[in-house]
Design a protein around this ligand. Sequence first.
Ligand code: HEC
Length: 187
Amino acid sequence: MSDKAMSEKAPLHYIYDGIEEHDNRLPNWWLFILWTTIVFGAGYWFWYHIAEVSPGQLGEYNAEAAELAKRSQGNKPASDETLLALMQDPKAVDGGKAVFQANCASCHGAQGQGLIGPNLTDGYWLHGGKPVAIHKVVAEGVVSKGMPAWERTLGAERVKAVTAYVLTLKGTNAPGGKEPQGEPEQP
Ligand code: HEC
């Protein structure tokens, strides 16, 4: 727009140093954005904060946090209690048995009767027969003695499941078992 056209359209407001300020009408595109934003803002405020039709940021966060807490229930740190509870869960024990057959039977025998690795069905333990003690050996291994560490390969869930399975083998005294190694488990 030329200076002339401008000055014809809008009244001159101010002039300083040759710079003119006119009281121009705001362009329609600009007004459109302004009003749309205001209408959208009011709608948003009503939708999320007043009527609460959809959950707001906090609501979504809380829902996600609750979902996560629910999912991590099975993800509790291994303790004697959680491992004994897992031992009562047939699905976990079955899963643990499959893990055992695939990864452990080669050294501990299909029944856990012992081969290269010690017999897991007698009452004798090199590293303790408490659930957490067994879990620790399985998770961290006794690498210098030929027992691999499994937590990294199998993940925490499967290590817990296979520990639960090993707990069910305790005292089954599988036939043809390897001679006892270590100490009898203290009651
Ligand atoms: C490569 C052979 C090998 C494999 C595979 C193996 N182990 Fe072992 N495991 C051993 C050896 C050897 C020992 C004895 C370690 C020692 O002397 O301290 C052992 C020890 C153990 C012990 C401790 C026994 C005790 O008397 O305290 C447990 C429990 C155990 N293994 C469970 C498992 C499980 C569960 C798996 C499969 C996820 C597995 N092992 C796979 C060789 C193996």
